[in-house]
Design a protein around this ligand. Structure first.
Ligand code: NAD
Length: 430
């Protein structure tokens, strides 16, 4: 039987690939994929990160990908003006935050708070015939567990963090009851995954010994509901275009609150803002996204991460609350020089401060998307920015990009085929 796959004769079993230099790996990849010279050159280009650093950050590194960092202006958080770096490949995300923040700036901007900086790690215990008894046996050891956890990370304890609490739950599962121990640890300015995972692993043998059961998983929960960041803001009804706009936005929120199909897109818009700051500061976008979406479904039905109301004066009041496990220490935050530079731009001195600003950005992003959706529609603003990408994809360079984008928007035809045609006309005129 013939195999029509183009690389059917090539093998992906490349021995010692991980031991090669990025250059050697690229050569392997180029020959495997039959890359043309321009693709090979592109992968060889350095970004604003040292190739050696990239090689140490992940496994089998061959290249880096640059994503634009835009600055959100007009953002006032707890009385302080901040410039917020946002790393995103999506047009209109940064503009939405700037516009939304401008419309609440004079009314005071964003007021924020945080529930704490505690993370949860879980230890899964199975094969216990007396789970209720096992639960109490573990809880009785609280002081011992606290000491063991703190001994794993004296540095964290010195910085005011460490073990805070113990909870033991019985989770009914398809495979029978499980006894799940939660250790709650204040990880201060670290996101804390490595810190709490180490503690959970060290605790496991003790739990087996005290209960006679078998421990399997020992890992943090990304549902960081002891690390909730909150932001609220008032948008004066006059500043947003009147009562009809406000009512349309509140109706948009009611839709997201009631319908998971809508809530998914509503929250995706919020995460456009949140993930962009998380990425720019070298934090873990997947951890924050997992926490946010799980939190949105915590009551059994997926719903909006934000709330929108009208106050006594008729102004639009928005609020957001979500888990935001971000750090200034650990992971890529300390290692990636661009993340370090972005942290200097944002000018925060604690992980809490960073999380609170990120929550404000999420709220601003949601305001921008809801206002557009409830009035002119999302495409008007989005397409004019997206037109630049379409122009570049059609081959426009330099000043041609904005000239061609303008033509596409005026024609209300932001399409690749039209862009190619119009670019030829534009060049013909020159
Ligand atoms: P880390 O272990 O590199 O750094 C944290 C340590 O730094 C602390 O344990 C402490 O000893 C020290 N420290 C120094 N100054 C500190 C300060 N001011 N506050 C707090 N601690 C300070 O990093 P981490 O934050 O434990 O782990 C984050 C990394 O773990 C991220 O890269 C993330 O992607 C990754 N990770 C995530 C998951 C997940 O989300 N499910 C799982 C595993 C790993």
């Amino acid at each position: 039987m013939s195999n029509t796959l183009p690389n059917a004769t090539r093998s992906a079993r490349i021995s010692g690939f991980h031991k090669m230099s990025p250059k050697q790996r690229r050569a392997e990849v180029e020959s495997f994929a039959g890359l043309d010279a321009s693709a090979a050159e592109q992968l060889a280009k350095p970004g604003n990160i040292d190739p050696h650093l990239a090689d140490h950050m992940i496994e089998n590194a061959i290249s880096t990908i640059s994503i634009p960092i835009g600055i959100a202006t007009n953002v006032k958080v707890d009385g302080r003006d901040v410039l917020v770096p946002m790393a995103t490949e999506e047009s209109s995300v940064v503009a939405a935050v700037c516009n939304s923040a401008r419309q609440c700036y004079d009314a005071g901007g964003f007021i924020t708070s945080m529930s704490g900086t505690e993370m949860i790690a879980q230890v899964q215990l199975v094969a216990v015939s007396d789970p209720e008894n096992a639960r109490l046996r573990i809880l009785e050891r609280k002081a011992e567990i606290a000491a063991l956890c703190d001994s794993c990370d004296p540095m964290l304890v010195k910085l005011g963090g460490g073990f805070r609490n113990l909870e033991v739950r019985i989770v009914d599962s398809r495979g029978g009851p499980m006894v799940v121990t939660h250790i709650i640890v204040d990880t201060r300015d670290a996101m804390g995954a490595n810190a709490v995972n180490t503690m959970a692993e060290r605790l496991a043998p003790g739990i087996e010994q005290w209960t006679g059961g078998k421990v399997y998983l020992r890992i943090l929960s990304n549902l960081a509901d002891r690390r909730l960041a909150r932001a609220r803001a008032v948008w004066p009804v006059a500043a947003i275009g009147g009562e009809a706009v406000r009512d349309g936005m509140i109706a948009a929120y009611h839709f997201a609150e009631a319908d998971p199909y809508r809530a998914s897109t509503h929250n995706k818009g919020i995460m456009n803002g949140i993930s962009a700051v998380v990425l720019a500061t070298g934090n873990d976008t997947r951890a924050v996204e997992a926490g946010a979406h799980t939190y949105a479904a915590r009551k059994g039905r997926y719903t909006s991460l934000t709330h929108w109301e009208a106050d006594k004066e008729g102004n639009l009041v928005g609020s957001i609350e979500l888990p935001l496990a971000v750090g200034l220490i650990g992971g890529a935050t300390k290692v990636h020089p661009t993340a370090q530079a972005c942290l200097k731009v944002i000018g925060v001195s604690s992980a809490e401060e960073l999380a609170r600003i990120i929550a404000a950005v999420g709220l601003a992003q949601n305001f921008g998307a809801m206002k557009a959706l409830a009035t002119v529609g999302i495409q008007q603003g989005h397409m004019s920015l997206h037109a630049n990408n379409v122009a570049i994809a059609a081959g426009a360079v330099g000043d041609e990009v904005s000239a061609l984008a303008r033509i596409l928007v005026e024609k209300k035809q932001v399409r690749q085929d039209v862009a190619v045609e119009e670019l030829a006309k534009l060049r013909g005129q020159g």
